[in-house]
Write a protein that binds this ligand. Structure first.
Ligand SMILES: Nc1ncnc2c1ncn2[C@@H]1O[C@H](COP(=O)(O)OP(=O)(O)OP(=O)(O)O)[C@@H](O)[C@H]1O
Ligand SMILES: [Mg+2]
Length: 155
């Protein structure tokens, strides 16, 4: 069972929600984003970046061709996209481990792309396309702290 369902009706609504959530995140938090092409994962990361006070000069886009982008804000944001990495056997290959023990927040698009890659997520978010400009986000928190954040977030 998910801890929260968020129904978004626009790009900016998804970003605002992510921005709000970002303010509660801490060093070492890892977010796994699951969903089809165009489901809104990168849009969500743009909102996270705003919430972490990452300047607009650091343009957030899908890092599909580079695996990882790092943005500097209140906390660093490590933005992974595993779409092209279906051959990976474990996340030692991308060094996610190192980032999780680092100073920032990690967010992983296509976290379910490789079966054997068990992303140690704290927050799992499934993006479902429910209409041309509507998206349903299902959020799951692993720890008591993250579950509580989802429970108390003001929508
Ligand atoms: N409610 C909404 N929330 C988020 N994006 C929306 C919404 N409505 C429409 N969109 C549009 O859907 C697209 C989402 O693209 P985005 O790059 O965020 O998806 P993605 O899940 O990262 O895809 P990919 O797997 O290809 O990286 C954008 O063009 C965005 O403007
Ligand atoms: Mg993307």
């Amino acid at each position: 069972m998910q801890d929260l369902i968020f129904d978004s009706t626009s790009d900016s609504m998804t970003q605002k929600f992510a921005k709000k959530l970002a303010k509660h995140l801490k060093q070492g938090d890892c977010l796994a984003l699951i969903g089809d092409f165009g489901a809104g994962k990168t849009t969500f990361v743009k909102g996270l970046a705003k919430g972490l006070r990452i300047g607009c000069d650091q343009y957030v886009s899908s890092p599909s061709f580079v695996i990882l982008k790092v943005y500097q804000g209140k906390l660093p944001l490590y933005h992974f996209d595993l779409y092209r990495l279906s051959h990976l056997k474990d996340f030692d290959d991308i060094g996610l481990d190192e980032f999780l023990s680092g100073r920032g927040v990690s967010v992983v698009e296509w976290a379910d792309r490789t079966e054997n890659l068990h992303i140690p997520w704290g927050l799992r978010i499934e993006f479902i396309v429910s209409g041309q400009s509507s998206r349903r986000l299902k959020l799951y928190g692993r720890s008591a702290r993250l579950k509580k954040i989802l429970k108390n977030i003001k929508l």
